[in-house]
Design a protein around this ligand. Structure first.
Ligand code: FAD
Length: 433
């Protein structure tokens, strides 16, 4: 495979980078060991949920808070990518998701409080439209509906936790024989089943008697996969009340919908996406990366490109590996890694400590062009860029900044990489305009 830009990783950062590189006219491909964290996460776009560090109060205005964070922490990925990249990446994301039939609600000016699978209300910036009503549970009466036979969704627990936060909430479990009979093993299977009209009608008939008197009905996030909008609209119309989805334990149907939507978008732009191929080798000449070796089923294949964007995720995604010997490594290209503390201090004594766990801030340091740099600021490879959780300096779990960091840095890395690979003639033509 020969392309202008090869993106390594198919999580939110890699998908974003590929989208912008291809939109800018670069011949782009994605190579990934597996699918990214979309299939585990809620399908929301977190920008900044908590700031300053340790604050128990959710951020209300993410734009202002990201500005404050970038001033306080110049090494943070948001400071490296810049607020403008975040703004533009979010707008482009919303445009792409809307075009593919899963519009997102929200804006960078105000966080929403979305209902989680445990019934807490968590700050996030953008949610799929079908989850918007779940941000309004503080007013009116909410019913949480569980479906008999569906594991991993706890309506009673969600309703009890909402009540503990002062919301008026109750729950019901409905029995739907067509669903029981087919015994769906995962939420993804159930979501596909609910695209069958007879199954959907049976669910609606079961919910009507328990739905009276409620302002909104919350379902597990299984209301359709490819025809999700149609399923949500029909269920809402039939019940005569607002309907919303609550994320479930993995696999995440909203995350799968998002991944597939972005994949369709990439296909329309001619981007080849190869999943199931791990990068295990690099071929370099001086400070230029010539190619990588990737392992597929039978053999190692060499792939070359003009530029590479590394978006392989952090400690939990496998892009950064921390060994028992105390060494922290970047797994795909062997880039220099910044680990803030020695092994003995990787973890805080308490799992849910407010100060987080220092090991999660390990990763690749980059300059403003998202080029990985060594401890003295020297660029590792002039045609390599990095984005997402592989970067050092963010504590995404504690900050609730995962997708925001992925989008902003993926966008900025693609911008820098396409400036580099853009044919000289085109650059000259633009300059003379
Ligand atoms: C289990 C889990 C649950 C999560 N749940 C939530 C949640 O509920 N809410 C939330 O906000 N965030 C959650 N996150 C975090 C969040 O979704 C991501 O960490 C974040 O968005 C980073 O995205 P990324 O694109 O940088 O990396 P990832 O999404 O981790 O993508 C990394 C990609 O790189 C590929 N890759 C890795 N190494 C190689 C290699 N050597 N060669 C080729 N490809 C490689 C992987 O296969 C994958 O495609 C969760 C993360 C995990 C791991």
């Amino acid at each position: 495979m020969i392309c202008d830009i090869l993106v390594i990783g198919a999580g939110p950062a890699g998908l974003t980078a590929a989208l912008h590189a291809a939109s800018a006219g670069a011949k782009t491909a994605i190579l990934a060991k597996g699918i990214g964290t979309t299939h585990w996460a809620a399908g929301w776009v977190d920008i900044l949920g908590y700031w300053p560090p340790g604050s128990p109060q959710p951020v209300r205005d993410p734009r202002a808070a990201v500005g404050a964070l970038a001033s306080a922490l110049p090494g943070h990925p948001y400071a490296r990518a810049g607020l403008r990249a975040l703004d533009e990446a979010l707008l482009a994301f919303q445009r792409a998701a809307t075009a593919e039939g899963i519009p997102y609600a929200g804006s960078l000016d105000r966080n929403l409080l979305a209902t989680t699978p445990s019934g807490s209300r968590r700050p996030t910036c953008l949610v799929p439209h079908a989850m918007l009503e779940g941000t309004r549970v503080a007013a009116g009466r909410t019913l949480i509906v569980g479906i008999g036979g569906l594991r991993d969704f706890y309506g009673a627990y969600i309703a009890a936790n909402l009540r503990a936060q002062g919301c008026e909430a109750d729950r019901a479990i409905v029995e739907v024989p067509a669903i029981r009979a087919r015994n769906p093993q995962t939420t993804a299977t159930l979501a596909a089943m609910l695209e069958d009209r007879p199954v959907r009608d049976e669910l609606i008939r079961a919910v009507i008697p328990v739905a009276r008197g409620f302002d909104r009905i919350g379902f597990p996030a299984v209301l359709g996969m490819n025809r999700h909008r149609e399923v949500v609209d029909e269920v809402g119309k039939a019940l005569g009340s607002a309907v919303f989805e609550i994320p479930t334990l993995p696999p995440s149907v909203p995350g799968i919908r998002l991944f597939e939507a972005l994949r369709r978008r990439l296909a329309a732009l001619g981007v080849r996406v190869i999943i199931g191929s791990e990068v295990v080798q690099r071929f370099a000449e001086g400070n230029r990366l010539l190619g990588i070796g990737s392992e597929a089923a039978a053999r190692t294949q060499r792939q070359t490109a003009g530029a590479f964007i590394l978006a392989t995720g952090g400690i939990l995604g496998g892009g950064i590996v921390a060994g028992a010997d105390g060494a922290v490594r970047e797994a795909a290209l062997g880039l220099p890694v910044h680990a803030p503390v020695a092994r003995g201090a990787w973890f805080s004594p308490q799992a849910l400590a407010h100060q987080g766990h220092p090991i999660f801030q390990s990763g690749v340091l980059v300059n403003e062009r998202m080029q990985p740099v060594g401890p003295r600021g020297d660029v590792a490879f002039r045609n390599v860029y990095a984005a997402g959780a592989v970067l050092a300096g963010a504590d995404e779990w504690r900050e609730k900044s995962h997708e925001g960091v992925a989008l902003a840095t993926g966008y900025r890395a693609a911008q820098a990489a396409t400036e580099r690979t853009r044919p000289a003639a085109q650059a000259d033509a633009e300059a003379s305009r």
